[in-house]
Design a protein around this ligand. Structure first.
Ligand code: T3D
Length: 263
């Protein structure tokens, strides 16, 4: 039987994906990457899935690359990190960013290296009070990857982002929230129930509107106000003809809760 390095729990309208190599703090291997890619493809293709929750099993969220798998001391010399990024980390970040459904990340413990930057690529990041974030790339002579050099200056500003990456200092959950890296911090035992609640709420939302919001916010990082105003006009034009817009306005007028279909 194939080992389950990513546990997939299928709820009626969302998926809960749990990185599942707790004895190695959920460090990424090729096999774990492949399973996460498959799970995200399922999330993309399955119309009844309207949100995703990503978390980790055990005391860590994820400590990035499994360094034993890419050990440069092996007989064949250093592995091609170009290939690792091109075939594993970059497609993963692109899959999270381009998914037209909200991705919630529940950072249940330490998030290091690519593990930190994968968490920060998600749409809503929640953290356990005991969680900590560290870039860790400085310790092994690499550059922050998994989108870190793009995401961190945007989230933190260039000065703080650079100092964090250069020093490799851990940032605890409260500090991460104060810096705007995470949305909310919960006591450890409350994190998963709260993350499940939020994911279910998002899954019941107006999915097309949420997807358009995600797209617009990401594009805003690289576009002028003029282009962004045009984009908002175009998205609103399309969404204004959707079932969920009609339902949302009707529910408001009728003073009841809307029943969105995600269309
Ligand atoms: O392919 C490429 O390299 C390019 C892509 C790079 C992407 C990256 O993510 S590079 C960054 C890789 N990550 C790291 O450098 C983090 C390394 N880990 C640590 O610094 C520490 O483990 C932590 C500070 C995160 C946590 O420390 P602590 O004391 O809580 O736990 P620990 O005792 O160090 O680790 C527990 C176990 O997990 C241990 O295994 P053992 O000895 O009990 O069998 C440890 O070896 C293992 N582990 C932790 N991190 C990794 C790992 N095993 C493989 N790879 C790891 N990254």
């Amino acid at each position: 039987m194939t080992e389950e390095f990513v546990r997939v729990d299928r709820r009626p309208d969302h998926l809960v994906l749990t990185l599942n190599r707790p004895d190695k703090l959920n460090a990424f291997t090729k096999a774990q990457h492949a399973q996460l890619r498959d799970a995200l493809a399922e999330a993309r293709e399955n119309g009844s899935c309207r949100a995703v929750l990503l978390t980790g099993a055990g005391r860590a969220f994820c400590v990035g690359q499994d360094l034993a798998e890419v050990d440069p001391r092996g007989a064949e010399g250093p592995p091609s990190l170009r290939d690792t990024l091109a075939h594993q980390y970059n497609p993963l970040i692109r899959a999270i960013r381009s998914l037209e459904k909200p991705v919630v990340c529940a950072v249940n413990g330490v998030a290091a290296g690519a593990g930190a930057n994968i968490a920060l690529a998600c749409d809503v990041v929640l953290a356990a009070r005991s969680a900590k974030f560290l870039q860790a790339f400085d310790k092994i002579g690499l550059v922050p990857d998994s989108g870190g050099t793009w995401t961190l200056p945007r989230l933190l500003g260039p000065s703080r982002a650079l100092a964090w990456a250069l020093t490799g200092e851990p940032v605890d959950a409260e500090q991460a929230a104060a810096w705007g890296l995470v949305w909310k911090v919960y006591d450890d035992e409350a994190l998963l129930p709260e993350a499940e609640k939020l994911t279910a709420r998002l899954a019941a939302g107006a999915t097309a509107g949420l997807a358009a919001t995600k797209k617009a916010m990401h594009l805003a990082m690289t576009q002028s106000l003029d282009r962004q105003l045009d984009l908002e006009r175009d998205l609103q034009d399309e969404l204004g003809r959707s079932h969920d817009y009609l339902e949302g306005v009707t529910a408001f007028m009728e003073k009841r809760r809307p029943s969105f279909k995600g269309k």
